[in-house]
Design a binder for this molecule. Structure first.
Ligand SMILES: Cc1cc2nc3c(=O)[nH]c(=O)nc-3n(C[C@H](O)[C@H](O)[C@H](O)COP(=O)(O)O)c2cc1C
Length: 160
C-alpha cells in the first residue's frame, strides 16, 4: 500500500486542535511547553490524552513524575503560546513570561489564563516520535471563563 503523503497531510490538518500550555515539575524545577495534540478520553474517570514529543525535555519529566498540568489559554494569548514553543536559555525559563502558582499536585498553573487542570498519568504508548500519555484529571482551577485559543486561529500548524 502506498501512502499519499500530500493527502495525508491535508486531511490530518483538518483535525481541530486547541492550544495549551503543558506544565511539568521535577525536583523543585518547573518547565512548560505548548501542546496541541490534546483531547479528552473518558467521562468517568475524567481522562485526557496528550501526545508528547519524545525528544523534548518535558517528556522524560512526565515519564518520571507521572504528572502534568494543562493550562487553557484565552483566544488573545497567541504570543504566550509562542513563548512556550521557542527554545529557552534554561529549563523553566519560559515561565518568566507568565506568573504561575503550584497546584495540589505541585504542577504549574498559569494565573493569567482561563484556568488549568492537574493530571496524573495512568498509562502511555511509546511509538514513533511522540508518546501518548493517558492521564486522570485530579484538580481543576478556573480563573475566568472566556473564549479559548485554538490552533486554526493562529495560522500555525503542527503535524499533518
Ligand atoms: C503549534 C504547535 C503545537 C505543538 N504541539 C505539541 C504537542 O502537542 N506535543 C508536543 O510534544 N509538542 C508540541 N509542540 C512542540 C513543543 O511546544 C516544543 O517542542 C517545545 O520546545 C518542547 O519543549 P520542551 O523541550 O521544554 O519540553 C508544538 C509546537 C507548536 C508550534
Amino acid at each position: 500500500m502506498t501512502l499519499d503523503l500530500e493527502a495525508k497531510k491535508l486531511l490530518l490538518r483538518k483535525i481541530p486542535h486547541g492550544l495549551f500550555i503543558c506544565g511539568v515539575s521535577e525536583n523543585g524545577e518547573v518547565n512548560g511547553f505548548t501542546a496541541s495534540w490534546v483531547t479528552q478520553g473518558s467521562f468517568d474517570p475524567p481522562l485526557v490524552v496528550m501526545a508528547v514529543r519524545a525528544e523534548g525535555s518535558s517528556h522524560g519529566i512526565i515519564e518520571r513524575t507521572l504528572k502534568f498540568s494543562l493550562n487553557i489559554l484565552r483566544a488573545d494569548q497567541k504570543e504566550l503560546a509562542a513563548v512556550f514553543f521557542k527554545p529557552q536559555k534554561a529549563l523553566g525559563g519560559r515561565f518568566e513570561a507568565a506568573p504561575f502558582k503550584l497546584g495540589e499536585l505541585g504542577m504549574p498553573l498559569l494565573e493569567d489564563a482561563i484556568g488549568g487542570v492537574e493530571c496524573a498519568v495512568l498509562g502511555q504508548v511509546s511509538k514513533g516520535d511522540h508518546t501518548v500519555f493517558v492521564a486522570e484529571v485530579m484538580s481543576a482551577h478556573l480563573n475566568k471563563d472566556g473564549e479559548s485559543l485554538n490552533l486554526s486561529s493562529t495560522g500555525w500548524s503542527y503535524g499533518g
